[in-house]
Design a protein around this ligand. Structure first.
Ligand code: ADP
Ligand code: MG
Ligand code: MG
Length: 252
Protein backbone atom coordinates (compact mmCIF):
# COMPACT_ATOMS: atom_id res chain seq x y z
CA UNK A 1 0.00 0.00 0.00
CA UNK A 2 2.61 2.50 1.14
CA UNK A 3 6.28 2.18 0.41
CA UNK A 4 8.71 4.84 1.59
CA UNK A 5 12.27 4.46 0.39
CA UNK A 6 15.28 6.35 1.70
CA UNK A 7 13.32 9.53 2.18
CA UNK A 8 15.00 12.86 2.84
CA UNK A 9 12.84 15.86 3.60
CA UNK A 10 13.33 19.34 4.91
CA UNK A 11 11.33 22.05 6.57
CA UNK A 12 12.53 25.64 6.38
CA UNK A 13 15.89 24.56 4.91
CA UNK A 14 16.43 22.20 7.81
CA UNK A 15 16.89 18.55 6.99
CA UNK A 16 14.53 16.56 9.20
CA UNK A 17 14.01 13.19 7.55
CA UNK A 18 17.29 11.55 6.68
CA UNK A 19 16.95 8.24 4.95
CA UNK A 20 13.60 6.99 6.22
CA UNK A 21 12.37 3.68 4.91
CA UNK A 22 9.02 2.16 5.82
CA UNK A 23 6.63 -0.32 4.24
CA UNK A 24 2.99 -0.55 5.14
CA UNK A 25 0.73 -3.26 3.81
CA UNK A 26 -3.06 -3.36 3.84
CA UNK A 27 -4.45 -4.60 7.14
CA UNK A 28 -1.46 -3.47 9.18
CA UNK A 29 -1.25 -1.10 12.10
CA UNK A 30 2.15 0.54 12.59
CA UNK A 31 3.02 2.52 15.70
CA UNK A 32 5.75 5.12 15.40
CA UNK A 33 7.48 6.18 18.57
CA UNK A 34 10.66 8.13 19.20
CA UNK A 35 12.23 11.10 20.95
CA UNK A 36 10.79 14.59 20.63
CA UNK A 37 11.91 16.37 17.52
CA UNK A 38 12.93 13.19 15.72
CA UNK A 39 10.67 13.84 12.72
CA UNK A 40 7.48 11.90 13.46
CA UNK A 41 5.12 14.75 12.70
CA UNK A 42 7.21 15.74 9.71
CA UNK A 43 6.67 12.25 8.30
CA UNK A 44 2.88 12.53 8.61
CA UNK A 45 2.91 16.00 7.04
CA UNK A 46 5.05 14.84 4.13
CA UNK A 47 2.62 11.97 3.55
CA UNK A 48 -0.41 14.24 3.60
CA UNK A 49 1.31 16.73 1.30
CA UNK A 50 1.41 19.70 3.60
CA UNK A 51 2.91 22.86 2.18
CA UNK A 52 6.41 23.76 3.33
CA UNK A 53 7.64 20.19 3.60
CA UNK A 54 10.09 19.54 0.81
CA UNK A 55 11.24 16.10 -0.18
CA UNK A 56 14.83 16.32 -1.40
CA UNK A 57 15.32 12.66 -2.28
CA UNK A 58 13.81 9.24 -1.92
CA UNK A 59 10.52 7.77 -3.04
CA UNK A 60 7.03 7.26 -1.75
CA UNK A 61 4.65 5.03 -3.58
CA UNK A 62 1.01 4.59 -2.64
CA UNK A 63 -0.78 1.72 -4.36
CA UNK A 64 1.96 1.85 -6.95
CA UNK A 65 1.44 5.55 -7.68
CA UNK A 66 4.08 8.19 -7.03
CA UNK A 67 2.60 9.89 -3.98
CA UNK A 68 4.90 12.87 -4.32
CA UNK A 69 3.30 13.68 -7.67
CA UNK A 70 -0.17 13.78 -6.13
CA UNK A 71 -1.81 16.98 -4.89
CA UNK A 72 -2.85 16.94 -1.21
CA UNK A 73 -6.56 16.92 -2.20
CA UNK A 74 -6.00 13.90 -4.41
CA UNK A 75 -4.18 12.10 -1.64
CA UNK A 76 -7.22 12.65 0.56
CA UNK A 77 -9.59 11.53 -2.19
CA UNK A 78 -7.48 8.42 -2.69
CA UNK A 79 -8.00 7.54 0.94
CA UNK A 80 -5.23 9.14 2.98
CA UNK A 81 -6.44 10.75 6.18
CA UNK A 82 -4.34 12.73 8.65
CA UNK A 83 -5.73 13.27 12.11
CA UNK A 84 -4.81 15.13 15.18
CA UNK A 85 -1.70 17.14 15.35
CA UNK A 86 -3.45 20.46 14.95
CA UNK A 87 -7.20 19.98 14.70
CA UNK A 88 -8.38 23.03 12.79
CA UNK A 89 -11.31 25.23 13.63
CA UNK A 90 -13.48 26.21 10.70
CA UNK A 91 -15.91 28.79 12.06
CA UNK A 92 -19.08 29.19 10.07
CA UNK A 93 -18.91 25.72 8.54
CA UNK A 94 -20.88 23.15 10.50
CA UNK A 95 -19.51 19.72 11.19
CA UNK A 96 -22.26 18.16 9.16
CA UNK A 97 -21.60 20.38 6.12
CA UNK A 98 -17.90 19.73 6.38
CA UNK A 99 -18.31 15.97 6.61
CA UNK A 100 -20.85 15.77 3.84
CA UNK A 101 -18.71 17.83 1.48
CA UNK A 102 -15.61 15.78 2.27
CA UNK A 103 -17.46 12.52 1.93
CA UNK A 104 -19.17 13.39 -1.32
CA UNK A 105 -15.90 14.58 -2.79
CA UNK A 106 -14.40 11.17 -2.03
CA UNK A 107 -17.45 9.33 -3.37
CA UNK A 108 -17.44 11.37 -6.56
CA UNK A 109 -13.76 10.60 -7.05
CA UNK A 110 -14.56 6.89 -6.70
CA UNK A 111 -17.37 7.20 -9.21
CA UNK A 112 -20.03 6.65 -6.55
CA UNK A 113 -23.22 8.63 -6.16
CA UNK A 114 -23.49 11.39 -3.61
CA UNK A 115 -25.32 10.49 -0.43
CA UNK A 116 -28.63 12.23 0.00
CA UNK A 117 -29.07 14.35 3.09
CA UNK A 118 -31.24 11.85 4.97
CA UNK A 119 -28.96 8.86 4.39
CA UNK A 120 -25.96 10.93 5.30
CA UNK A 121 -27.54 12.18 8.51
CA UNK A 122 -28.51 8.69 9.55
CA UNK A 123 -24.95 7.50 9.05
CA UNK A 124 -23.51 10.48 10.91
CA UNK A 125 -25.85 9.94 13.87
CA UNK A 126 -24.87 6.32 14.03
CA UNK A 127 -21.14 7.06 13.97
CA UNK A 128 -21.31 9.95 16.41
CA UNK A 129 -22.58 7.48 19.00
CA UNK A 130 -19.35 5.54 18.60
CA UNK A 131 -17.30 8.53 19.74
CA UNK A 132 -19.59 9.51 22.63
CA UNK A 133 -20.43 12.94 21.24
CA UNK A 134 -23.88 14.47 21.43
CA UNK A 135 -25.57 14.63 17.97
CA UNK A 136 -25.83 18.39 18.59
CA UNK A 137 -22.13 18.57 17.73
CA UNK A 138 -23.00 17.89 14.11
CA UNK A 139 -24.59 21.33 13.88
CA UNK A 140 -21.75 23.23 15.47
CA UNK A 141 -18.90 24.92 13.61
CA UNK A 142 -16.03 22.52 12.93
CA UNK A 143 -14.08 22.33 16.18
CA UNK A 144 -15.37 25.77 17.15
CA UNK A 145 -15.13 26.10 20.92
CA UNK A 146 -14.59 22.36 21.29
CA UNK A 147 -12.53 21.15 24.22
CA UNK A 148 -9.37 19.17 23.50
CA UNK A 149 -11.17 15.90 24.11
CA UNK A 150 -14.11 16.92 21.93
CA UNK A 151 -11.80 17.85 19.05
CA UNK A 152 -10.19 14.46 19.33
CA UNK A 153 -13.55 12.70 19.28
CA UNK A 154 -14.57 14.83 16.33
CA UNK A 155 -11.45 13.82 14.43
CA UNK A 156 -12.22 10.19 15.08
CA UNK A 157 -15.76 10.82 13.86
CA UNK A 158 -14.35 12.32 10.64
CA UNK A 159 -12.15 9.28 10.25
CA UNK A 160 -15.04 6.87 10.81
CA UNK A 161 -17.18 8.71 8.28
CA UNK A 162 -14.52 8.99 5.60
CA UNK A 163 -13.27 5.41 6.04
CA UNK A 164 -9.75 6.11 4.82
CA UNK A 165 -7.54 3.44 3.31
CA UNK A 166 -4.54 4.83 5.10
CA UNK A 167 -5.17 6.63 8.37
CA UNK A 168 -2.33 8.67 9.81
CA UNK A 169 -2.81 9.62 13.44
CA UNK A 170 -0.37 11.99 15.03
CA UNK A 171 -0.93 11.91 18.74
CA UNK A 172 0.04 14.97 20.70
CA UNK A 173 1.99 14.59 23.92
CA UNK A 174 -0.56 15.94 26.30
CA UNK A 175 -4.10 16.02 27.50
CA UNK A 176 -5.46 12.66 26.57
CA UNK A 177 -7.72 11.47 29.34
CA UNK A 178 -8.70 7.85 29.65
CA UNK A 179 -12.07 8.39 27.96
CA UNK A 180 -10.52 10.09 24.95
CA UNK A 181 -7.94 7.34 24.80
CA UNK A 182 -10.71 4.76 24.64
CA UNK A 183 -12.50 6.68 21.90
CA UNK A 184 -9.33 6.89 19.82
CA UNK A 185 -8.72 3.20 20.36
CA UNK A 186 -12.29 2.17 19.58
CA UNK A 187 -12.27 4.33 16.45
CA UNK A 188 -9.05 2.86 15.15
CA UNK A 189 -10.14 -0.66 16.00
CA UNK A 190 -13.47 -0.14 14.25
CA UNK A 191 -11.59 0.96 11.16
CA UNK A 192 -9.22 -2.00 11.15
CA UNK A 193 -9.82 -4.27 8.21
CA UNK A 194 -7.80 -6.31 5.74
CA UNK A 195 -7.82 -3.50 3.17
CA UNK A 196 -7.01 -0.57 5.44
CA UNK A 197 -3.88 0.44 7.28
CA UNK A 198 -3.09 2.75 10.16
CA UNK A 199 0.10 4.61 10.99
CA UNK A 200 -0.14 5.83 14.54
CA UNK A 201 2.37 8.23 16.05
CA UNK A 202 2.16 7.93 19.79
CA UNK A 203 4.04 8.67 22.96
CA UNK A 204 1.85 6.38 24.97
CA UNK A 205 2.62 2.75 25.43
CA UNK A 206 -0.72 2.77 27.19
CA UNK A 207 -2.60 3.49 23.97
CA UNK A 208 -1.02 0.39 22.48
CA UNK A 209 -2.74 -1.72 25.12
CA UNK A 210 -5.96 -0.81 23.35
CA UNK A 211 -4.71 -0.56 19.80
CA UNK A 212 -2.45 -3.54 19.40
CA UNK A 213 -0.03 -2.69 16.61
CA UNK A 214 1.46 -5.20 14.21
CA UNK A 215 4.72 -3.25 14.17
CA UNK A 216 6.39 -0.70 16.40
CA UNK A 217 9.12 1.55 14.99
CA UNK A 218 11.48 3.94 16.66
CA UNK A 219 12.07 7.07 14.64
CA UNK A 220 15.19 8.92 15.71
CA UNK A 221 17.24 11.48 13.90
CA UNK A 222 15.03 11.38 10.86
CA UNK A 223 14.99 7.68 10.19
CA UNK A 224 13.67 4.41 11.54
CA UNK A 225 16.39 3.04 13.79
CA UNK A 226 14.59 0.06 15.21
CA UNK A 227 11.49 -1.97 14.38
CA UNK A 228 9.78 -4.74 16.22
CA UNK A 229 6.48 -6.09 17.37
CA UNK A 230 4.37 -4.67 20.13
CA UNK A 231 6.87 -5.89 22.74
CA UNK A 232 9.21 -3.15 21.55
CA UNK A 233 6.80 -0.55 22.93
CA UNK A 234 6.88 -2.23 26.32
CA UNK A 235 10.64 -2.31 26.21
CA UNK A 236 10.73 1.41 25.38
CA UNK A 237 8.42 2.19 28.24
CA UNK A 238 10.63 0.30 30.60
CA UNK A 239 14.01 1.48 29.37
CA UNK A 240 13.36 4.79 27.57
CA UNK A 241 15.34 5.54 24.43
CA UNK A 242 18.81 5.70 26.04
CA UNK A 243 19.75 2.08 25.37
CA UNK A 244 19.33 2.62 21.63
CA UNK A 245 22.38 4.92 21.57
CA UNK A 246 20.75 7.64 19.59
CA UNK A 247 23.64 10.02 19.78
CA UNK A 248 22.34 13.23 18.35
CA UNK A 249 18.90 12.98 19.82
CA UNK A 250 17.23 14.57 22.73
CA UNK A 251 15.40 11.91 24.63
CA UNK A 252 11.68 12.40 25.15
P1 ADP B 1 8.40 15.03 16.35
O1 ADP B 1 7.01 15.01 15.84
O2 ADP B 1 9.10 13.72 16.22
O3 ADP B 1 8.50 15.55 17.74
P2 ADP B 1 8.79 17.04 14.30
O4 ADP B 1 8.64 16.31 13.02
O5 ADP B 1 7.66 17.85 14.79
O6 ADP B 1 9.26 16.00 15.42
O7 ADP B 1 10.04 17.99 14.21
C1 ADP B 1 11.30 17.54 13.82
C2 ADP B 1 12.28 18.72 13.82
O8 ADP B 1 11.89 19.63 12.82
C3 ADP B 1 12.33 19.49 15.12
O9 ADP B 1 13.67 19.80 15.37
C4 ADP B 1 11.52 20.70 14.84
O10 ADP B 1 11.95 21.79 15.59
C5 ADP B 1 11.77 20.91 13.37
N1 ADP B 1 10.66 21.58 12.70
C6 ADP B 1 9.41 21.11 12.57
N2 ADP B 1 8.62 21.99 11.92
C7 ADP B 1 9.40 23.05 11.65
C8 ADP B 1 9.19 24.30 10.99
N3 ADP B 1 8.00 24.63 10.50
N4 ADP B 1 10.25 25.14 10.90
C9 ADP B 1 11.45 24.79 11.39
N5 ADP B 1 11.72 23.65 12.00
C10 ADP B 1 10.72 22.79 12.14
MG1 MG C 1 7.07 16.89 18.92
MG1 MG D 1 5.21 15.47 16.67
Amino acid sequence: MLSIKDLYARVEEKEILKGLTLDVKPGEVHAIMGPNGSGKSTLTHVLSGREGYDVTSGEISYYGQDLLEMEPEDRAREGIFLAFQYPVEIPGVSNIQFLRTAMNSIRKHRGEEELDAATFLKLARQKIGMVNLDPEFLKRGVNEGFSGGEKKRNEILQMLMLEPKLALLDETDSGLDIDALQVVANGVNALRSPDRAVVLVTHYQRLLNYIVPDYVHVLANGRIVKSGGRELALELEEKGYGWLNLDDDKVA
